[in-house]
Design a protein around this ligand. Structure first.
Ligand code: 13P
Length: 346
């Protein structure tokens, strides 16, 4: 059952839509584009995404925030039902955000283990959720010595504890240890931290006897810090660093790897995924689970004005098609510009 969910989520050429931004995060993004930050606008924006015609050609699953489970489309259909009707599996973000670490105020740990089992049971029974995401965050700051070994340990233990509860409840855990791109660090430094983090996550999952074949790793890509003086690395370099760190730290039985975009531009994240795919086949299915790289330009186009509703949906369909091509290793600048070209068909 869990392996079946993973097979559906990774069915080529599809990937997973992350639309689980918390109300606070989504409000910030809406306000930054001059859109009033209200629950009504969060709901409209999510409706725009989920009702995009043909999106199920490229999207196999969608991660919701719990607010979305309670919301409905304009016609009264609950979001979860609308997704399922289109063959899109429903996932839920179950962590409850970040709080300062008790050991080091410069680091953050994730909250949400309390009441987790009951929340999973209810969401599964009521809304049919098939997978659940938990995000741990690791910030690189060489001067401050971050991330500390304690932070890596605590976040990994939490990820493993939540994953264990998910598996016991028949829900696929989507384990997301995000190494942030913010900072001045080099790609080599990012690779070192990713290796430490992924190794510790695997160690803690194994210690809690979580079958790795039932786990999706939602991975950040190994990229240079956004303020690195040398600028971004080439997609070829990102792919070499990412694939070698993954291969060295993850066991072959892992269910799959789905990448987040982490603040990369849409084109850069897509080109990086493409290079990673071209270095395959890998030991695990590899796909995408982007939020910003799939839909930041969608919000930009919509701007809160429904006169641009269809145009915004076209932007979304285009980004999803490009991501799907990239997971097959067939993305190109040519397809970016002329997606109707026969060689860009997915
Ligand atoms: P980004 O692709 O914008 O990083 O979002 C993915 C996600 O789910 C973050 O938790």
């Amino acid at each position: 059952m869990l392996e079946d969910t993973i097979a559906r989520l990774f069915a080529p050429p599809k990937g997973i839509l992350a639309m689980d931004g918390s109300p606070a995060t989504l409000d910030k993004r809406l306000a930054a584009r001059g859109i009033e930050a209200t629950e009504a606008n969060r709901r409209r924006y999510r409706e725009l995404l989920l009702t995009t015609p043909d999106i199920e050609r490229y999207i196999s699953g969608a991660i919701f925030h719990e607010e979305t489970l309670r919301q409905t489309l304009s016609d009264g259909t609950p979001f979860a039902e609308a997704a399922r009707a289109r063959g899109i599996l429903v996932g839920l973000k179950v962590d409850q955000g970040l709080a300062p670490s008790p050991f080091n105020p410069k680091e953050e740990v994730t909250r949400g283990l309390g009441g987790l089992r009951e929340r999973l049971q209810e969401a599964k029974q009521r809304w049919g959720i098939r997978f659940a995401k938990w995000r741990g965050v690791y910030r690189i700051d060489l001067e401050e010595g971050l991330p500390t070994p304690e932070d890596i340990f605590i976040d990994s233990v939490e990820l493993a504890q939540y994953a264990r509860v998910c598996v016991e409840e028949g829900i696929v855990p989507m384990v997301e240890p995000e190494v942030l791109m913010d900072g001045v660090h080099s790609i080599e430094e990012s690779a070192r931290v990713h290796r430490e983090v992924w190794s510790e996550v695997v160690t803690q999952l194994t210690a809690r006897e979580v079958p790795l074949s039932t786990v999706i790793l939602k991975a950040s890509m190994v990229v240079a810090g956004s303020e690195f003086p040398g600028g971004p690395a080439s997609s070829q370099t990102v792919a070499v660093e990412t694939v070698s760190a993954l291969t060295d730290t993850l066991p072959p039985e892992l269910g799959g790897v789905a990448f987040l975009s982490g603040g990369q531009t849409s084109e850069y994240a897509t080109a990086n995924l493409n290079e990673i795919a071209k270095r395959g086949p890998h030991q695990w299915p590899v796909s995408f689970s982007f939020a910003r790289a799939l839909h930041a330009p969608v919000m930009e186009r919509w701007g809160g004005n429904d006169a641009f509703w269809e145009e915004a949906q076209e932007v979304f369909l285009h980004r999803a098609q490009m991501a799907a091509l990239a997971r097959l290793g067939r993305y190109s600048e040519q397809c970016e510009r002329v997606p109707e070209n026969p060689e860009c068909a997915v």
